[in-house]
Write a protein that binds this ligand. Structure first.
Ligand code: MG
Length: 191
């Protein structure tokens, strides 16, 4: 319907409203976003002669995760999710695997440092969620312990720390027990 006809019929032109709305948004600065989401992913190889540590918890298994630090793949993915939410880079930037300082490092201690960066900037964690992809060992019996450990370190309630475990249905490297990978997301809030 043409503008002229709308005017003749004494009807509001929807484009006028659109312009008003657009100008209104342009004239006031956008409110700063007070929530942020971050995504993290990590994978480590399963090898003989290494401990298996997930979420700071040692887990009985004949294979462990290989890496420069303790190779706690769950904690690493969560750290990357936290850093990602604030565009602070990734854990390789803060704890490079080429630096002997981090050899055998307890990833929970690294997580505390990353959490410190989040807090320094005035953010708190709304919630975390993660999926561990591991064919073996069965992780269900350990999930509550891992959640509690991470909740303690990050001052969170248990219902703010989501940890899920799935197999890869024997497909690809995870399914062939060559490694364990983790996908994680973190929601940050600024009050
Ligand atoms: Mg890693």
């Amino acid at each position: 319907m043409g503008a002229k006809l709308l005017e003749t019929l004494n009807l509001p032109n929807p484009l006028d409203r659109y312009d008003t709305l657009t100008n209104g948004l342009r004239s006031s600065p956008p409110a700063p976003m007070n929530i942020r989401i971050g995504n993290g992913y990590d994978v480590h190889r399963l090898v003989a002669g290494r401990p298996l540590i997930l979420g700071g918890i040692p887990i009985e298994h004949h294979l462990g995760l290989d890496g420069h630090s303790d190779a706690d793949v769950l904690t690493h993915a969560i750290m990357d999710a936290l850093l990602g939410a604030l565009s602070l880079g990734d854990i390789g930037h803060y704890f490079p695997p080429t630096d002997p300082k981090w050899k055998g490092a307890d990833s929970i201690e690294l997580l505390k440092q990353v959490y410190g960066l989040v807090q320094e900037r005035g953010w708190r964690i709304g919630n975390l969620d993660s999926v561990i992809v591991a064919e073996r060992p069965k992780l269900k019996p350990h999930i509550a312990t891992m959640s509690q450990r991470l909740a303690d370190v990050l001052n969170l309630d248990l219902d703010q720390v989501g940890i899920k475990a799935t197999t890869n249905e024997q497909l690809d490297a995870m399914g062939e027990q060559k490694g364990i990978c983790v996908h994680a997301v973190a929601l940050l809030i600024k009050d």
